[in-house]
Design a protein around this ligand. Structure first.
Ligand code: ATP
Ligand code: MG
Length: 714
């Protein structure tokens, strides 16, 4: 009866899918079918009657991955996937805490602070304690708090011998008290709180243990200590923990992920050997060879041998642009050409190391009229108008939410100035109450009138929203708050912002709540959890833009890995640190292995970063790909370039200009004391601040600053 489900699996995959009710670790490289095995195992366990859908607990790395897994399962077996617990650690913990909010000591309406909100809350705390940002950088405090939560340490369990350490511990405790008072929970708290809930409450823990006989975890290499402890708590001694992962794709060590959890799992659960999958089903041979060659530069790997039955396929394409703008245009042109050849835009992805890189790409895409989406970055739910509207909704759900209140108390402007707000903050700190309470309790005078109006506004909105649908409530909040009117007057950006607000109403209309009476809370929660993962233009075929981190687990027919420059990828923070560099290389391995058929590697010789031009050199990772696998494209004929020239360097398109800049012309032959003879191919700047790009016969392409370079006409 399960033959259909199992058809097409290779023997090792079959062994993993039909593994008995015991713990196991599948250790295998990219594209070898780990996620597929995990999903198929769930279907097989249900189909063979070993568990009911409600007995499934599966952990994925992103919400998108959870949705995909649910969609696959519904296609495989006729079940109601909503009864299954499939989600991210954060999503699952949220679900648990919502169900047992009382036992967890939380208000029913608790809200989630994303990391920006958390930072804002910390800044607010520092201010109220009159501690300087310089001595206690908010990010350091945030890191300290989250690091300790992830290690399972509450403030009262920490000790320090120096003043600074003690102060940090104090801040941690005060921050937690502030969160409790406001009924908000940060990401790390979701996990720690649900861990504490289960460990303190034997009966509850036992209930879940007997429910979730099978626990399955994808991307196990990126779990941190607390997540592993959480899994162990739920698994107890009797349940089967089935984890799949790849040490070569461990890319979250900087956030506390411990690849050592793989070894601990083998030890803690008495698993003899990991199950290994070696056949890659995703990528063409050349792409796989490139990935294998690249990752071999890392030491201390658990070691894997990936092969494919697919042919070599196409060569990898490398393009060295003369600027970030040129790189972006190249990508747009290629995407357009691929689309003409019949590929969907949604089957192509542009990957970059850092979010800031998306700007140049987005600009070119907008100009080129190519629809695109940004995953995992600051997109829809991070846009200010969306955050403002959500803040009003959060106040409707829970007026004690100080972050939300601060965001919109004077937005649109209603005469509540910074001084008044500071006064409120002082009163709230003094009286140990929320800002809302401070606002309600404000005395007489002109100031108090505007505050009282604000209270009336929120209360009236809450009253009017009773009995409305979620979409109607969202619409009401946008109208009654004055946000709509405010943006209607904004001639410059108003139109786009209003379109976004309307899209928020659409999102609310499409939202299906588990518990209709809590629809608003659930909606706000999913907005917080999905910030950045949600798509603005649903349904449209669009090019996918994302950081390499966000691309984990995904696959695309064509992949562009952009910005391959030293300092960018590998990231500048890692350049002097072997461990950091190895993590960057694993990240590059993840990037390369997302491609099914075609892989582009691109870099630029000049790039605007943080408002400044930089002239980086090509990433070492490009050179770690064997040259024989690569075809170098020149900018004149990117799509129709002949076979790879012997040399790596491609010639960028000269800017056609005869004007003199700094005494030189494009196309002019020059001589440099160190680099010898070359030709000027590009120039930028003016006056005394001029840089020239020169193609040197022996040293290749260089950008030189005329103030320092000793350059002579040849
Ligand atoms: P990653 O490490 O990147 O997360 P993975 O090991 O999870 O990769 P999957 O995403 O499960 O790999 O599989 C990669 C691709 O190979 C998918 O398109 C999947 O459907 C396909 N695939 C896996 N196993 C088989 C098989 N036995 N026959 C055909 N296709 C397969
Ligand atoms: Mg996977």
């Amino acid at each position: 009866m399960s033959s259909d489900l199992l058809a097409g699996l290779n023997p090792e995959q079959l062994r993993a899918v039909t593994w008995p009710a015991q713990s196991a670790l599948v250790l295998a490289g990219a594209g070898s079918g780990k996620t597929r095995v995990l999903t198929t195992r769930i279907a097989w366990l249900i189909q063979t009657g070993q568990i009911s859908p409600a007995g499934v607990l599966a952990v994925t790395f992103t919400n998108k991955a959870a949705r995909e897994m649910q969609a696959r399962l519904s296609a495989m077996i006729p079940v109601n996937v909503r009864t299954m617990w499939i989600g991210t650690f954060h999503g699952l913990c949220n679900r648990l805490l919502r169900m047992h909010y009382r036992d967890a000591g939380l208000p029913q309406t608790f809200q989630i602070l994303d990391s920006q909100d958390q930072l804002a809350a910390i800044k607010r705390l520092l201010k109220s304690l009159e501690l300087s940002d310089e001595k206690f950088p908010p990010r350091t405090v945030q890191h300290f708090i989250n690091g300790n939560k992830e290690a399972g340490n509450r403030a009262d369990r920490l000790t320090a011998h120096d003043y600074y350490g003690q102060k940090l511990i104090e801040l941690y405790a005060t921050y937690d008290a502030q969160c409790r008072r406001e009924g908000v929970v940060d990401f790390a708290e979701l996990l720690l709180r649900s861990y504490e809930l289960l460990s303190a409450n034997q009966a509850l823990c036992q209930h879940y243990r007997s429910r979730f006989r099978f626990i399955l975890v994808d991307e196990f290499q990126d779990t941190n200590r607390l997540q592993y402890a959480w899994l162990r708590l739920l698994a107890g001694t009797d349940n089967a923990l089935f984890a799949v992962g790849d040490d070569d794709q461990s890319i979250y060590a900087f956030r506390g992920a411990e690849v050592g959890n793989m070894r601990s799992l083998l030890r803690d659960y008495g698993i003899g050997d990991a199950i290994r999958l070696e056949q890659n089903y995703r990528s063409a041979g050349t792409i796989l060879k490139a990935a294998n060659a690249l990752i071999e530069h890392n030491d201390g790997r658990l070691g894997k041998n990936l092969w494919t039955e697919a042919g070599d396929g196409e060569e990898i394409r490398f393009y060295e642009a003369w600027s970030d703008g040129d790189e972006a245009e190249f990508i747009v042109d290629e995407a357009r050409a691929l689309k003409r050849e019949g590929l969907n835009l949604s089957d192509m992805a542009v990957l970059y190391r850092s979010n800031a890189q998306s700007r140049a790409l987005e600009h070119a895409l907008v100009n080129g009229r190519i629809p695109y989406r940004v995953y995992g970055g600051l997109r829809f739910f991070e846009r200010q108008e969306i955050k403002h509207a959500l803040a009003y909704l959060r106040l409707l759900a829970n007026p004690e939410d100080d972050n939300a209140l601060l965001r919109v108390i004077n937005l649109p402007a209603r005469g509540i100035g910074a001084r008044t707000v500071e006064g409120l903050q002082a009163a709230s700190a003094e009286g140990g109450m929320s800002l809302w309470q401070a606002v309600c309790g404000a005395g007489g005078g002109k100031r108090a009138t505007s505050l009282a109006k604000f209270v009336l506004l929120i209360d009236a909105m809450r009253e009017r929203s009773e009995g409305l649908t979620l979409a109607e409530t969202v619409s009401l909040a946008i109208d009654d708050s004055g946000l709509r009117a405010m943006y209607e007057q904004d001639k410059k950006e108003g139109e786009e912002r209003l379109a976004n607000l309307d899209e928020l109403i659409n999102a609310a209309a499409a939202f299906v709540a588990d518990e209709p009476s809590l629809a608003l809370i659930e909606f706000l929660t999913s907005a917080a959890l999905e910030a950045g993962e949600h798509q603005a233009e649903a349904g449209e075929d669009a090019l996918q833009l994302m950081t390499v981190h966000a691309a984990k687990g995904l696959e695309f027919d064509a992949v562009f890995v952009s910005g391959l420059e030293e300092g960018l990828f590998p990231h500048e923070n890692s350049l002097n640190d072997d461990k950091g560099l190895e993590e960057e290389r694993r990240l590059m391995y993840v990037a390369v292995t997302r491609a099914r058929k075609r892989l582009y590697l691109t870099c630029a010789q000049a790039r605007m970063l943080h408002g400044q031009s930089r002239y980086p050199i090509r990433s070492r990772f490009v050179d770690e790909v064997p040259a024989a696998l690569v075809k170098v494209l020149s900018s004149q004929s990117a799509s129709a370039s002949p076979a790879a020239p012997a040399a790596w360097q491609s010639a960028p398109a000269p800017r056609r200009s005869t004007a003199e800049i700094g005494g030189f012309r494009i196309g002019q032959s020059v001589c440099h004391a160190k680099f010898g003879l070359g030709v000027v191919v590009n120039a930028e700047g003016a006056g005394s601040d001029v840089r020239l790009q020169i193609n040197f016969a022996e040293h290749g392409m260089k950008w030189l600053d005329l103030r320092y370079a000793k350059l002579q006409p040849a």
